[in-house]
Design a protein around this ligand. Structure first.
Ligand code: NAD
Length: 380
């Protein structure tokens, strides 16, 4: 099978879908690999590094799309790119299928087998393919770095002849993959960290990192069978907002990472609460691009609210693109290898597989994913 990897074209995107290391493994596996010229440059990988391991390089972007049996990518395709794909082509990338109705419909019509990296089930066996986790992990680290760079204070306690500096106080809301990494990073820098999450199971994980868990009684919260948080009722959100107020007011840094899978992120910090923080404090809202956890955060901008710096930067793992590329590339390779038939050199689309059916969105002219099918039909 011919696997093609076009260059990412989104402005500012420096991550690449496949590193030379993974390219080598794909070639060894028996794939005919072709990359677009300059595909790896965003993360510092030259074309020569790919040709050295057996890949071909092409300058003809249209041919990459029209001749590929498998397309490996980072970001979702443009509609014009879908129109160039062969019927039966397998396209693997982030897809945002909950929101991209027109794109899902175009992929279906074109007969493309589209696989969404966001929809890989969160099982133990699929961890090695889980790009949401690998990128969120790096995002957690980056958020703390961004906050530390803006805060007019240091994170650790410092006892010197010139006096004692108290450790910075960091409050983290949402302790999933990104939040837990943010906690660990802030702790390593010496900050005093408190965190909150609606899933009770998280409290122990927070404490094991040496942080304090803020106990808020929200009644029944629980989690879905997939391990995700359930959406809170408006009453529960209000209880949470009230109970967090004091912890936020006394924090130097607030980092929010709260998400509810497939839904808009909850607004859990209102503008008056941000205004209640001391001037110079820093807020990082990881959800700014998709609606925001913090009222007043602006996607991809840093704004000042009453002397508080509010960072709404998106695509956080792009800040550490070399490592982000390595991890995403590993996730992609592991996904492909898992379904690669080494006898016939074919990516085997198997609806009995334990992982694939959950993340295949379209196949054979149908929307095969049940959740996305309902959304496309306007039922959800
Ligand atoms: P996510 O990005 O969907 O959400 C981030 C966090 O926000 C979650 O911890 C969620 O509970 C929390 N949250 C939602 N509403 C909130 C609110 N109002 N206030 C505070 N916090 C709120 O989550 P994720 O990081 O992608 O992880 C989701 C789950 O999947 C977690 O249980 C994680 O441990 C699990 N997971 C499992 C595997 C695996 O077993 N392979 C891999 C990765 C993640």
């Amino acid at each position: 099978m011919r696997i093609a990897i076009p260059k990412e074209t989104h402005p500012g995107e420096n991550r690449v879908p496949i590193t030379p290391d993974a390219a080598k493994k794909l070639c060894r596996m028996g794939a005919e690999l072709v990359i677009e010229a300059g595909m790896g440059l965003g993360s510092g990988f030259t074309d020569a590094e790919y040709t050295d391991v057996g890949a071909a390089v092409s300058n003809d972007r249209n041919a990459l799309f029209s001749e590929a049996d498998v397309l490996l990518r980072l970001r979702k395709p443009e509609l014009a790119e879908v129109a160039m794909m062969k019927s039966g082509c397998i396209h693997i990338s982030y897809l945002d299928p909950f929101n991209e109705h027109e794109l899902v419909e175009a992929l279906r019509k074109q007969g493309v087998t589209s696989i969404s990296m966001e929809m890989i089930p969160r099982t133990t066996r699929s961890q090695k393919m889980d790009a949401l986790s690998s990128q969120a992990n790096l995002a957690g680290y980056v958020m703390v770095m961004l906050a530390a760079a803006k805060l007019p204070r240091i994170f650790p306690m410092m006892m010197t002849p010139a006096g004692t500096l108290k450790p910075a106080k960091v409050f983290i809301i949402g302790a999933g993959v990104a939040g837990l990494q943010a906690i660990a990073t802030a702790k390593r820098l010496g900050a005093k960290v408190t965190a909150f999450d609606t899933r009770p199971v998280v409290a122990e994980q927070v404490r094991s990192l040496g942080a304090t868990f803020l106990d808020i009684d929200l009644g029944d919260t629980g989690e879905t069978s997939g391990g995700y948080a359930k959406e809170l009722t408006p009453e529960q959100i209000q209880i949470q907002r009230d109970a967090q107020k004091d912890a936020i007011a006394e924090s130097d840094v607030l980092i929010t990472t709260a998400q509810v899978f497939g839904r808009k992120p909850p607004v859990i910090v209102t503008r008056d609460v941000v205004e209640g923080m001391a001037p110079g404090s820093v807020v990082v809202d990881m959800a700014a691009e998709t609606g925001g956890n913090v009222e007043g955060s602006v996607p991809n901008e840093t704004v000042d609210i009453n002397g508080v710096t509010v960072i709404g930067q998106g695509n956080l793992s792009n800040e550490v693109c070399r490592d982000a590329s390595q991890m995403y590339s590993s996730n992609l390779f592991n996904l492909v290898e898992d379904s690669w038939d080494k006898e016939t050199n074919v990516f085997n689309i198997d609806f009995e597989h334990d992982i694939l059916p959950g993340c295949i969105i379209t196949h054979g002219g149908e929307v095969t994913n049940e959740t996305i099918k309902k959304i496309q039909a306007g039922e959800s």
